[in-house]
Ligand binder design. Structure first.
Ligand SMILES: Nc1nc2c(c(=O)[nH]1)N[C@H]1C(S)=C(S)[C@@H](COP(=O)(O)O)O[C@H]1N2
Ligand SMILES: [Mo]
Length: 549
């Protein structure tokens, strides 16, 4: 008699339950790996995790989205995908356990989950057709078969007469072999999926590598000396591309091939609709402009604002060539709806786009072709409007319509139809809860009121009077403006508050509002604790200070 046979049956049940859960997990992993491999061949966006994640993003209530952005920032997508994987793991464990008693039901459960993935994938706005169901269906089929087989190995079996007792009342060897084979095959399928989805973007990558942006006929005016004072902790005047915030709903960054990319302009009052290629845009007059972009989801003091040098084509001229007239000149369309390759829709007022401001179809960012994450090959940028009503990335279509007849993506989710950027200011340094030393502390930051311009920035210490900050030189009214304030810091805790006044004379409001529906308002404050410098220090080294040039 072996050890095992002496144990009461009930002692062995937990082990069998664990193995059931394990087979569920293995089947789930195999399903995902096969699905990703097929998605790599079909379309990376058609994979179940990305498709279900995308569907979840589209259905997320604005309040929850706000909460996610507040707590996870731009990691919110990673958190979402990990959440989906965790949910799938739970389902897998449950189905693996069910399959111990009901093999068919367990396998059928895997198929049901696959069907959910398939529905999500074909229902995405960027779905290219029924083929998008394939990854989930193939994965689910593989997972269902595997679960059925593994559960079979775990099924109690009658002792075979004339053989030595195996020590277990199930096919231990068969299970280990099948499980190991499944794990190896899943790893292989997963690797294949990575390789294939990489291959899908290769043409797009190559097309971007080949692009040489010609010098703009209308270059950006030189940034005035002193627009970006060198103060430790202050944001650079031009945000490096790698540090530029990214906000979008895309779980997989679209990789668009510039050589096959087209932009169609059509709709109400478009007398001469056109379809343009990237080459067509390159042949037009290129302009280069510094424009500060802001996200409506930026909290007071938040990071979703950046200033870049954009190269592109002025949209107003292009629209005029198509016969478009702004509403003020009798044009029938008051809303310009931009559509992206990933199904995003973004609506801007036609009036704003054609009122003389530098509304751009941008091809370049900081002297390079747009990075994929920022909308390659072409995106819109409109000074003075929040990104969600102006800055469509991966654009492929512009439709002239009316605000009455069409609500774009974010408007359907409770955000305002029209959203000019609110006058705002932010303290970059000192950081919240910093412990500067007594003496001169340089308080500095940025202020923005795109297309209106910043005229004044004031700083308040605790409940003291508002004091004028030094304004750095202005680049254009479409860019943010740096400011600084040398503060004679005294020992103890202090609250520093900033407010800006724009060129229309509007003082930044104290009234705190949420980001939804049309952008946060209120004053940015930072709390610091000022310490005395250590006593008996022979050569006191003052904190690094940079005077304004
Ligand atoms: N296709 C697409 N374009 C988009 C979005 C998006 O989700 N999808 N988000 C918009 C929003 S809300 C903002 S604030 C800007 C951000 O641009 P960035 O990621 O280049 O900073 O892109 C806009 N364009
Ligand atoms: Mo945004």
């Amino acid at each position: 008699m072996t050890e095992n046979e002496k144990q009461p049956r009930s002692r062995r049940r937990p082990a069998r339950l664990l193995l059931g859960a394990l087979s569920g997990l293995l089947a789930g992993a195999a399903a995902l790996a096969v699905a990703e491999a097929v998605a790599g061949a079909v379309r990376p966006q058609a994979g179940p995790v990305v498709a279900v994640g995308g569907a979840a993003i589209d259905r997320t209530p604005a309040g929850l989205k706000d909460w996610a952005i507040r707590n996870f920032g731009t990691d919110d997508k990673l958190v979402l995908q990990l959440g989906i994987l965790a949910a799938l793991a739970l389902f897998a464990v449950a189905l693996g356990t069910v399959a111990l008693w009901f093999r068919r039901a367990g396998a059928a459960g895997v198929l049901v989950i696959g069907a959910v993935g398939a529905l999500a994938a074909t229902g995405r706005p960027d779905s290219t057709g029924p083929a998008d169901a394939l990854p989930s269906l193939a994965g689910a089929a593989a997972g269902a078969v595997l679960l059925y087989l593994l559960a079979g190995r775990l099924a109690p079996r009658a002792p075979v007469p004339g053989t030595a007792p195996s020590g277990a009342d199930w096919d231990r060897r068969g299970f280990v072999v099948a499980a190991a084979a499944a794990a190896v095959a899943s790893a292989g399928a997963g690797t294949l999926g990575r390789f294939l989805s990489g291959a899908g973007g290769r043409d797009a990558l190559a097309s971007r590598d080949r692009i040489v942006l010609p010098a703009a006929g209308s270059p950006a005016p030189a940034v005035p000396k002193g627009a970006g004072p060198r103060i430790a902790g202050l944001s650079p005047f031009l945000t490096p591309t790698g540090a530029f915030y990214r906000v979008d709903t895309a779980l997989v960054v679209p990789k668009v091939d510039a050589t096959t990319w087209r932009l169609r302009i059509h709709g109400r009052g478009v007398a001469r609709p056109v379809t343009l290629s990237y080459e067509d845009l390159l042949r037009r007059d290129l302009v280069e402009r510094d424009i500060t972009l802001t996200c409506v989801s930026n909290e007071v003091g938040g990071p979703y604002v950046g200033n870049a040098r954009w190269t592109g084509v002025r949209l107003a001229g292009l629209l005029a060539e198509c016969g478009v007239q702004p509403p003020s000149r009798g044009g029938p369309a008051d809303q310009l709806v931009a559509r992206s390759v990933d199904g995003m829709t973004i609506g801007s007022p036609v009036e704003d786009v054609m009122d003389g401001r530098d509304a751009l179809l941008a091809l370049g960012m900081n002297g390079e072709p747009l990075p994929f994450a920022h909308g390659f090959p072409v995106r819109m940028v409109v000074p003075g409007l929040y990104g969600y009503v102006s800055a469509c990335k991966w654009i492929k279509e512009i439709e002239l319509t009316t605000f009455d007849s069409y609500d774009p993506y974010w408007v359907r989710r409770g955000w305002a139809r029209e959203a000019p950027v609110k006058t705002q200011s932010r303290i970059d340094t000192p950081r919240p809860f910093a412990r500067p030393r007594t003496g001169t502390v340089m308080v500095a930051g940025v202020a923005w009121a795109q297309h209106r311009g910043i005229d004044k920035v004031e700083v308040r210490v605790d409940d003291g009077p508002w004091q004028g900050a030094r304004l750095a030189a202005e680049d254009t009214t479409d860019t943010w403006r740096q400011w600084s304030f040398p503060w004679q810091a005294t020992k103890g805790g202090h609250t520093l508050t900033v407010r800006a006044t724009d060129r229309t004379g509007q003082v930044q409001t104290e009234r705190r509002t949420r980001t939804i529906p049309d952008g946060a308002s209120g004053w940015h404050s930072v709390v610091v604790t000022v310490d005395c410098p250590p006593r008996n220090h022979l050569s006191p080294s003052p904190r690094r200070q940079h005077a304004l040039p």
